[in-house]
Ligand binder design. Sequence first.
Ligand code: SF4
Length: 446
Amino acid sequence: MQGAKILDERKDFIMFKDSCCGDGKINCEKESVSGAVSQRACVYCGARVVLNPITDAFHIVHGPIGCASYTWDIRGSLSSGSELYRNSFSTDLREEDIIFGGAKKLAAAIDEIVEKNSPKLIFVYATCIVGVIGDDVEAVCRKAEEKYKIRVIPVKAPGFSGTKSLGYKLACDAIMELILPHKDIPKTGGINIIGDFNLAGEMWIIKNYLNAIGLNTVSTITGDANYESLIKAPSAGLNIVQCAGSSVYLAKRMEEEMGIPFIKVSFFGIEDTTNSILRIAHAIGDENAIKRAEEFTKERSARAKEFISKYKPKLEGKKAAIYVGGGFKAISLIRQFNEMGIKTVMVGTQTGKKDEYEIIAKIVEKDTVVLDDANPSELEAFMKEKGADILVGGVKERPLAYKLGIAFCDHNHERKHALAGYEGVENFTKEVNLSLNSPVWGYVKG
Ligand code: SF4
């Protein structure tokens, strides 16, 4: 840690592989250190990003208008049907509401939505100020459900009440509240795809793969989902979990309370996409699906490898820094960069878990720095120290990379090109190459 000024309280959240610092262990799954300006979003945002892709749901943000700035635009998930989810509704709490309470305003907002539309499903998010003034959001939602005979589900997610991970958990609880009453519907044996949000149409890519090997998708949670498809989820025979950080808790609850087993999958990179398709076929146990999966992955992975080989001479020897939301995605990205001949020199996550960091420590090369819940100052210091040529992250990391004069690839909610599956391998390779080898960096650094 030569160049980096690290707060003493942050030192345990950083490790170097095979060095004295950290000893292969890292502190994680904790609240952010005060004063460290975490890159994480708040609890409410965590809940919103998981639930927002449900295309025909209404999302009422009970709080000041500022919280409502987390809209569809921060997610970019696509829909094959309703576009309702692209609207945002807020009770716009003001000073008077803070003093006298906002419950009446919330009830009026629900009335207005029901009057002007015919909603089947409304989520009500309680934000920071509602956590402080103590509006009984649950009671308002319960009354609205009785009055209108629709689902009105409270998501009590004051931003200050924990980390973004708590928001994921609350969103999973809200989904359980929606689907639990349907838990005894007959089993069909199909698959639920959990933890994919159909960013740039990625859910459709995965669905097409399942289709290609003869497997049926029951429900998608929550990318391109709607009320009717969600309530069928209990009929599935297997859950596959793409974004483990946000959704493995839901899969565990569905296993315990509905008897649906789950496996974790990842569709980023050739190796993980191929393994995931084969593992799904084996988990279903259908001989025909296994045979088709073997043929399909053999053909598609060969094609993707050939594609990468054309770009490899321009990419080999470059150094990558990764800062993403969850550990499972970081693991896939390290492998994907290996496939491209690029070495990962820094890797961090907002909400990675202990077992994920253990895998990361095993697959990165010596002296790679690993960070949990980093701040911009640490990211800057380590990218400079390690000589990173490209940063892969989200919208909050983009300006940091550009200010340092290094390439950037958006692998977060706002991405416009699908990065999942074999199609994603091609898009990712092209994007990394375009950014890494852009002539602009010569002018910036020169
Ligand atoms: S931290 Fe609180 S006030 Fe800020 S967006 Fe989150 S819920 Fe709203």
